[in-house]
Design a protein around this ligand. Structure first.
Ligand code: SME
Length: 168
């Protein structure tokens, strides 16, 4: 049985991410499986951060991003190159904060409740693109730079802790 509990929000957003990072370090300790560690990252983020309706990853499979471990409602499975917020973040290899998804050209609406979004690229050491980590919220402008930095740190821990999937 899991003993994990969502960290308290006292100390603000950076403290919340610091607590999540400590929890995640414990979850990945002794485990190198990339998918298992992705699954626990999605669960930790989804249950540990307020006002989310989806959190999880899309993994690079050939030229497409394909649905990986996530928490939330069922989502679109395959995202073509450059498509949606996920594809744009992957193509630019940079995190994207979208305060209003309805104003983002080519946003892929998996869940009509989503209003804002944060997508962070997942890069192997050396820079190979492995996928993206995607957070959605029903609240407009839910994500800011502190969220971006906190999620980038968690994604970096995921990659560092895990055996990267084989390349093309
Ligand atoms: N919103 C994403 C698609 C994935 S879902 O949000 C889970 C996008 O436009 O890339």
């Amino acid at each position: 049985m899991s003993t994990w509990q969502a960290p308290a929000a006292a100390g603000g957003v950076p403290a919340l991410y610091a607590a999540l990072a400590r929890s995640y370090a414990a979850l990945v300790e002794g485990e190198r499986d990339f998918i298992a560690n992705a699954a626990n990252l999605a669960a930790l983020v989804y249950h540990g951060l307020p006002e989310l309706n989806w959190a999880g990853c899309y993994l690079l499979r050939g030229a497409d991003l394909v649905l990986g471990p996530f928490q939330g409602k069922p989502a679109c499975v395959r995202i073509g190159p450059g498509r949606g917020v996920c594809g744009a973040a992957a193509a630019r290899r940079t995190a994207l904060i979208v305060p209003d998804v309805q104003a983002f050209p080519d946003h892929i609406a998996c869940d009509p409740d989503s209003r804002s979004e944060l997508v962070v690229p997942v890069l192997a050491p050396g820079g190979r693109l492995l996928g993206v980590f995607d957070l959605d919220s029903p609240r407009p402008a839910r994500f800011d730079a502190a969220d971006r930095d906190g999620i980038q740190e968690l994604v970096a821990r995921w990659v560092a802790a895990s055996e990267p999937p084989p390349g093309p």
